[in-house]
Design a protein around this ligand. Sequence first.
Ligand code: F6P
Length: 366
Amino acid sequence: MSKRVGILTTGGDCSGLNSVIRSAYLRATALGYTLVGIRRGFRGLASNDVSHPDYIELNETICDEDMLIKSGSILLSDTKWMSSEIQKGRTVDDVKHSIIDGYRQLSLDSLICVGGDGSLKLLNELTADCDELNVVFVPKTIDNDVNYTDYAVGFRTSVEVAVEAIENIRSTAKSHERTMVVEVMGRDAGFIALYAGLASGADIILVPEFKYDIAKINDKIRGNFQNGKNYCIIVVAESVEAEDFKHSEREVDGVVKYTHISYKGIGHYLSQKIKKAGFECRSVTLGHIQRGGETCVSDRLIGTLFGVEAINLISNGIFGKMLAFFDNKLRIIDIREVVKNVNATLKMDDKYINVARDLGVYIGEF
Ligand code: F6P
């Protein structure tokens, strides 16, 4: 039976989103379904805004092979819509009705939502006690902080981009015999810092999960110089706190529960401390370059897998699920289950933490 399926991307963008859209389109077409691309995430689906629902009918020309490579989302994305709706005085119920209206106006049978932890929580809230929205969730985030999956779409490209940047920084660190502090993204999880730091041979990796001692950082730098390695690379995750473990500068935007936090300044803060100890030091913040770049093969593959399987779930009438990938297997997990414990962070016994320690990388927790 023919179906009309919607797809939207929501939250911070990343590489691999277009791979999901393309493969969902191809699989949907093979089954005789129509895939409707909803623009600007939930904002585009909600019918109360001017000229909404905001959508495009996907076709073969749009969903060509270049979609595997291109970062960003051809459907655009949005991070602040829910917060701005609440700020306008609308309730969660009002918002829910707008979403259901949009879904009806587009005559959708089901919806694929490609998002991160925040979007999953929101989706769960919007679909609570609602039988009408048939949703399948695909996890994407450069932060890799969604539980129940080893990898979210976009994480591995961001690590590749960070590694390439750190390698460029290493050559100048060597020439000038300096310490370079490289601040990477990752929100409240240290996955990007750990994976990129380890893959680029960093001497020190600081993650929000583990406390650190500035004296140990300086000892490590000193040790490098004493051993003839006249430079030092430090990779620090953006949400690592200042030495007194009070949060370094953050910009909080939006309303309670739907706030958006931007982290700033830990790289600069650390470089100041290191300079005070007598070392030449500079800091670099990689920032949003980690959200772009050519999509790496792993993200193309996982994006393609999730896109196809999302349509397969829909064709089997299975809804309310998140696609996941762990222990080398595709998994299908209840969204209600995931939201109970959605945020993944690094654990002390993570294999790469142990590897870093065994290599003599300083990774904190004193
Ligand atoms: O969640 C993805 C992410 O890139 C985080 O790593 C970062 O803290 C945040 O989004 C930045 O958000 P924005 O693009 O709104 O500044």
